[in-house]
Write a protein that binds this ligand. Structure first.
Ligand code: NAD
Length: 727
């Protein structure tokens, strides 16, 4: 077995333990790390020549990033239990191993200090917390934290027990529940670290402490005199009870009761801080096993971590195309989107020629970057260097030398075709051309470029500099070189790509639209508007469907509807949302932009739902109101069935693209891991039953595609199919 922790005994009998996991740029907790640590603990306990230890990292990149999430897959769902053991008992044993190991470290009887050279997150910080003395390199960029909650987990190696005992229950809950990081100075202030010293002195400082404290191998919580910071942890202390009442309420508001981990953290801390550490870590592992046994954490980790990273590393990139990084991009259109795309490109070191119809418009597009950089804390010369990369112009000849084109002019076919041809006259059709259209099929737009294989959709979300997703759209004739170039560019600007095939609304706009439309359908039936909005948020969507539509603009929705009608001709079927949107359009209610939509926006006041809404669009509130569960089911399943159709029609090729696009593109409830993970978890047969029932009551828009029926008959799931295809 390879060594993951190097050992080195110095003349003072101090054992330097250097974690350096082979083949990894950053340390993660592997089975080898655990085995090596167990061996080191044994040596500390039994070898009289060893007086104490210093734990550090051999990686310049930092101390340790925590659990190897990719390697944790086998834990989720529990796997098969060994004979004579329940699944939960087996799971408990699995997750308790590391917890127990760190407890063994802190009770080995000899002083152990941590010398932290860089980031220590999750399990990495838990290693540090189990040491008796903690010294951190003085670098404000170092992050220390327990961010597990972000992927539906919580610290399961003592973190929920040691952090409250170090910093106090209330601040610890803030860090545990929000996954917030702290700087070395903050750690020092909270007693999480005892010293912050220049990076080249961490090991000698740690060693000096070990040498000076031969009896330092006892944690404060193992001493008789221990007092919980911030007051005793007993139900008799009113402040103690209050913290958890508050914590419960906060969790409820933030997670809408959708997430398992926050509840589990609160329980583990509440129960754990009232008992000695040996019992406390068992309590933590019990809750941890429960969280792991539920599919939620596995789904979240798969989408938010594993699939996201794989997508960013080029999972969908054609393998046989040489790397094609962009050096100079031709940005056509300097409006809202063009300006944002210019900004993220320039920030990535790419030269940008920013073209619009007037010099004034092009300059305004550049100003967008200047305004946003001014708000950031950035050195003036760095900001200037970014700005200097953006070259506003109205002249097509200035595009010469660009190796990628991105078009974001008005959403009109003729205008787009016109700028496409003018660009080709300068650059020729061998350059890759990407359109940021939000609705026009790519295959049609590609006709204006002589080599349609070099034409592709590069669909950004607004505001570009904040939204993490880019939807790459492959037209009928788009070739591998265009896909590779687009994905390399997305990697350069550090966003998450998905790759989909051409379709009206592509994937994200098409499926997201159904959430809004179902909200409008409910409204048209006379459902209480606040019920629709609140249920939308409770189910984990960032905003209610009516509020979103106000942001997008009700006039825009009307126009897109009219365009679709014109394009589809006889095939067009009006949906139940159409009457509502038409009515609002006729009334001149455009949404936030003219301060009147489904909401009213009083000057200087808080927006609120328009009191006349139900009376205007539905002739009043319906006497029979749906339950919150019924509203939720419709808002959720209307999205799910559209996602399934995208898969059935080949718009989506992988469930990973579908889940990432939903979470990062339109904020689909992240705790589900995305619509495809959610359908798999519910079970496809159950999804079909629900959809059939909804279709019968509310119409064909809920009818499940044949694909779902076939999958249900086979007992198949989206991810099982994807795994088979990949194998
Ligand atoms: P916008 O109106 O803010 O900007 C369009 C810009 O294109 C304007 O500055 C305009 O002067 C310029 N322009 C128009 N005709 C031109 C021509 N012939 N040559 C050069 N420049 C020309 O619009 P936007 O919101 O930035 O949208 C641009 C494109 O991006 C559209 O296709 C839109 O559908 C798409 N899109 C928009 C969003 C969004 O949220 N706004 C999201 C994704 C995609």
């Amino acid at each position: 077995m390879t060594t993951a922790i190097r050992t080195e005994l110095d003349a003072d009998g101090i054992l330097l333990l250097t974690i350096d996991v082979p083949g990894q740029s950053m340390n993660v907790i592997t089975p080898e790390v655990q085995a090596d640590l167990a061996a080191a603990i044994e040596r500390l306990k039994t070898d009289d020549a060893v007086k104490g230890a210093v734990l550090t990292s051999g990686k310049a990149s930092g101390f340790m990033a925590g659990a190897d999430l990719k390697g944790m897959g086998a834990l989720f769902g529990g796997g098969a239990a060994p004979e004579g053991k329940s699944k939960m008992a087996a799971l408990f044993d699995g997750v308790f191993t590391l917890n127990k190991l760190l407890r063994d470290l802190e009770t080995c009887g000899k002083p152990v200090a941590a010398a932290v050279n860089g980031l220590a997150l999750g399990g990495g910080l838990e290693f540090v917390l189990a040491c008796h003395y903690r010294v951190i390199a003085d670098n404000p960029k170092i992050t220390l934290g327990l961010p597990e909650i972000m992927v539906g987990l919580f610290p399961g190696a003592g973190g929920t027990q040691r952090l409250p005992r170090l910093m106090g229950i209330q601040p610890a809950l803030m860090y545990l529940l929000q996954g917030k990081n702290m700087s070395p100075q903050e750690a020092l202030g909270f007693g999480v670290a005892q010293a912050v010293v220049p990076a080249d002195q961490i090991i000698e400082t740690a060693k000096a402490w070990v040498k000076a404290n031969p009896n330092g191998g006892v944690q404060p919580w193992d001493a008789k005199s221990f007092k919980m910071p911030g007051g005793p942890a007993t139900a008799l202390n009113p402040a103690f009870a209050q913290m958890f009442v508050g914590g419960n309420a906060m969790t409820h508001v933030n997670a809408g009761d959708n997430m398992n981990a926050p509840r589990a953290i609160l329980s583990a801390v509440y129960e754990g801080v009232q008992v000695p550490m040996d019992t406390a870590i068992r309590i933590e592992s019990k809750y941890f096993a429960k969280v792991v046994a539920d599919p939620q954490a596995g789904n979240m980790i798969r989408s938010l971590f594993v699939s996201k990273q794989a997508a960013e590393k080029g999972a969908r990139r054609p393998k046989d195309v040489a790397p094609a990084p962009t050096k100079k991009v031709a940005m056509l259109g300097a409006g809202l989107m063009g300006a944002g795309i210019a900004m993220v490109s320039a920030q990535a070191g790419i030269e940008v020629v920013l073209l619009d119809t007037t010099q004034e418009a092009a300059e305004k597009g550049k100003q967008y970057t200047a305004d946003r950089l001014a708000k950031k804390k950035m050195a003036a010369d760095k900001a200037q260097a970014i700005l200097d990369r953006i070259h506003p112009t109205t002249k097509y000849e200035d595009l010469a030398g660009c190796d990628l084109v991105i078009e974001a002019v008005f959403e009109t076919r003729e205008i787009k075709a016109n700028v496409t041809k003018q660009t080709q006259a300068v650059l020729g059709p061998d350059v890759i051309f990407g359109s940021n259209t939000s609705t026009l099929p790519i295959t049609g737009l590609a006709e204006a470029w002589d080599k349609p294989e070099n034409f592709i959709g590069i669909h950004f979300f607004s505001p570009v500099e904040k939204m993490p997703l880019v939807e790459i759209i492959v037209g009928k004739k788009t070739g591998a070189a265009a896909i590779a170039k687009a994905l390399d560019y997305v990697a350069q600007i550090r966003k998450t790509p998905i790759v989909v095939n051409d379709s009206r609304g592509f994937y994200t706009s098409r499926c997201f639209g159904t959430y809004v439309q179902e909200g409008l359908a409910l409204l048209g039936e006379g459902t209480v508007p606040a019920l629709i909005e609140n249920v939308g948020k409770q189910m984990g969507m960032p905003v209610g469907p009516l509020a979103v539509n106000d942001e997008v603009g009700l006039d825009l929705s009307y126009k897109v509807g009219q365009q679709t009608k014109a394009d589809l001709g006889d095939a067009y079927k009006p949906g139940p949302a159409e009457a509502v949107i038409t009515k609002m359009y006729e009334l001149g209610r455009q949404g936030r932009k003219n301060a009147k939509g489904f909401y009213v926006y009083p000057d200087g006041g808080k927006k609120h739902l328009w009191p006349e809404l139900a009376a205007t669009v539905a002739g009043g509130l319906a006497a029979d109101q749906p339950s919150a569960d019924e509203v939720k089911e419709r808002l959720l399943y209307r999205q799910l069935v559209e996602c399934a159709r995208c898969f059935a029609e080949g718009v989506l090729e992988t469930p990973q693209d579908g889940d990432l696009g939903a979470i990062f593109g339109w904020g689909f409830a992240p705790f589900t891991g995305g619509p495809f993970s959610h359908m798999d978890t519910v079970g496809i047969a159950n999804v079909v039953v629900t959809l059939d029932r909804l279709a019968q009551r509310h119409g064909e828009r809920f009818a499940p595609p044949q694909l779902l029926r076939d999958m249900a008959a086979r007992g198949d799931s989206f991810y099982a199919m994807a795994a088979k295809k990949a194998a």
